[in-house]
Design a protein around this ligand. Sequence first.
Ligand code: NAG
Ligand code: NAG
Length: 646
Amino acid sequence: MLRFIASQLTMPLFFKISIFFFFVSTSLSSSPLEYNHPLESLTLFELTQVTNIVKNSYFPLNVTFHYVGLNEPNKQLVLSWLSSTHHPSLPREAIVITRIDQKTHEIIVDLSSVSILSDKIYNGHGYPMLTLQEQTAANELPLSYPPFISSIKKRRLKLKEVACQGYPVGWYGEEKKSTNRMVKVICYYLDGTVNLYMRPIEGITIIVLLDQMTIASYIDRLIVPVPKANGTDYMGSKRRRSSHESNSIKIVQPDGPSFTLDDGNTVRWVDWKFHVAYDMRAGIIISLASMFDDDKGEFRSVMYRGFASEVFVPYMDLTEEWYYRTYFNAGEFGFGLCAVELEPSKDCPENAKFIDGYFISQDGTPGKMPNVICIFERYAGDIMWRHTEDAIPGEKYFSFISKNLELQIRKIRPEVGLTGLLEVRGSIYTHSDQIKEEVYGTLIAENTLGAYHDHFFTYHLDLDVDGHENSFVKNNLKTRRVIHKSSPRKSYWTVVSETAETESDAKIQLGSSRGAFEMVVVNPNKKTEIGNEIGYCLIPGGSATSPLLSDNDYPQARGGFTKYNVWVTPYNKSEKWAGGLYTDQSHGDDTLAVWSLRKIKNKDIILWYTFGVHHVPKQEDFPIMPTLSTGFELKPTNFFQHNPVL
Ligand SMILES: *[C@@H]1O[C@H](CO)[C@@H](O)[C@H](O)[C@H]1NC(C)=O
Ligand SMILES: *[C@@H]1O[C@H](CO)[C@@H](O)[C@H](O)[C@H]1NC(C)=O
């Protein structure tokens, strides 16, 4: 198994996104290395070229960079590059999102001529991702703001122990477009802990205008006890030692890892081949995943591109300082930008290999994120298959067991692990018996309320099942009654397949009450030797969670793409972000939920899958959450002639 741990997001709920790939081990096929991969992330040199040309062309105006990433060549070009043996070099372009003179610009830069190809001003509702630098600057503003200093004195707290963090403000029905980019800054108290998020200073609302970097509004509404520091520390050295700690486990690969990683970050592992890239917004992007078919003697495509498109995290606390906390982690903060360096032997085991990432700071300076992705093989622990036979005359019985070293069925299994710190509200309550009002959460420690919230993870999966023209099929399992006494049985179930013609046919809400079915992306133009359509099946993971907010609630309108767990759209290079390209302060008018009604049968299609968790905080989530894992699988369905592991 290969596991990618992409990021430890620092805000607003820290989580670790792990993408797990389970593959089968058979013989390693050798093929020439691919250099100048068309999907390779922009290099340090290219990033410098891009920002220099943009800065120079606007000089002396101040340009702030919110996103710079690869503008990947058209899919047709990439596919022809892949199938040709000499790998012609393809156009190399960057997409740049900047703010210049309080306007959002979308600029395409050609890297071979180092020139600007196009420059569009975006006038819609949303704003680009926040930069790290403006977040830091906004966080520091209150610390020298006299009204805030007096609020801290009034609470008998020490200013030097205060640390603040800005959060997007969302959108709550204002008709007019907000003319300002802004955050609301929340402050926390250290004084005896590093776990500041467990010690919020409640009752204060500070609005910071980001383009001006000024405090536009300050309200100190009420004083609430700051939860105490004792018990909030999660650092190893401060923890009480248990007499029941487990012994250590070591992972040993005496012959080294069995995957290779060439210059363009193409991973070859057993019969799989795929490309890994880092992006400031998406974090990890997996592209061109294909598998070598021993029967056919060739690589067969499975997925053109897959990445986490958005994570929507609405909190349920309606108090003045909390109601707006309804985050879009990719669109507002960027998974890649919030990623941190992975620690060898801690985040990833000893046998891991690491990949660095490069991003752009607000002022255009490129920065390196070392070890931002790791790849390793893991013993899956369970068996691949097993069968015990006792029906053969003359034999006692015998078993066939296929040991699952790194073996698993040929499937793709992205997995997300949620861990880190809850966002908690300081409260007057020290015992749940005292609570007689709606507090929108669980008392998880004295003076500490863990607010109810959701996490909805939306994946963009451009499956190309053995070719790029695919259809989406829902195989309904239907109960049939036996009539006319044709059988001693009264009922059975059978499969009734429906192929989606349009996007609206393919929207699916999962959930136990919605009937039994399978969801398969098939290649209607290819069949197995015995005539079944070749496909890959989506196996939903975790709980089938649907939003519980009303459709007309503003955060739900912005996160409308979570209403269905499955959407299918025709390929469109610019439709990558389920919550829209400009998510900060968006109105929900450019989301997956509003692109619809197009034809999708036997076309190049994208499968969007959302899974979620409703999080009712527990005392065990304090002071740091143990990892909660959830995910899904993509599993071959009549893709092979027989069990490919045999
Ligand atoms: C922290 O709490 C524990 C009991 O929960 C107590 O024994 C200890 O003295 C406390 N430490 C401080 C510094 O208050
Ligand atoms: C591609 O997507 C964009 C954004 O949704 C849309 O404006 C454009 O019309 C789409 N193009 C096609 C060919 O559907």
